[in-house]
Design a protein around this ligand. Sequence first.
Ligand code: KIV
Length: 247
Amino acid sequence: MPTLNPPVLPAIRSPDDFAAAKAAGRKLVMVTSYDAWSSRLLAESGVDCLLVGDSAMMVVHGEKDTLGATPELMALHTRAVTRGSGATFVVADMPFLAARKGAAHALDCAALLMRAGAHAVKIEGAQGHLPVIRHLVESGIPVMGHLGLTPQWVRGFGGFKVQGRAPEAAGQLREDALALEQAGAFALVLECIPQDLAAAVTAALHVPTIGIGAGAGCDGQVLVLQDLLGLNPGFQPRFARRFADGA
Ligand code: KIV
């Protein structure tokens, strides 16, 4: 695979390196990985960060959404990824409802993922999660936030639809982003929101935003590996540039 980030700038090795990259104007590259072979190839290509996304439920397990992911399944994928990832920073998704049953339950789930080798966990949504996020961060578990089209809410959203279009929704998203930064999140994924809103949120935060379907104004981009390699011909999100026709 081609090298995506020339080794001129320091590698991302800790949560603080994310904010340092933003301050230096360095764009961040995050790609999903669910297994050891792809994490080895991606780590060698020089991506900044691997995401063990609960999108594994759809991409690997063929489900219609991500709701079936469990802490044990995410830990299994995380262990496989960290067998191939070397020193590359790995973030693992906290699955559906893992942050809704209180701090102790969230800590147990995050502990599974960290023991499987993750450097950090990602939590979808802000409202109702802030005390849990604070608790994890204070317990030594770095947390990445995720706002916008948070797929764990897909049934409530009535489908995979762009979020934050109405002025009230945009205002709420801005507030949530600031609250997540306050709570200690070291970076935020912004998924499928209008690009002006993503750019405004990016400008308001010290921590970086990593966009997917949120325009070029974010501090980095994240893509699903299988979309990037054209391995799923029946699904081509408009924002996902295909670098190969893998199928
Ligand atoms: O699960 C996932 O792959 C994700 C990305 C799409 C951001 O959360």
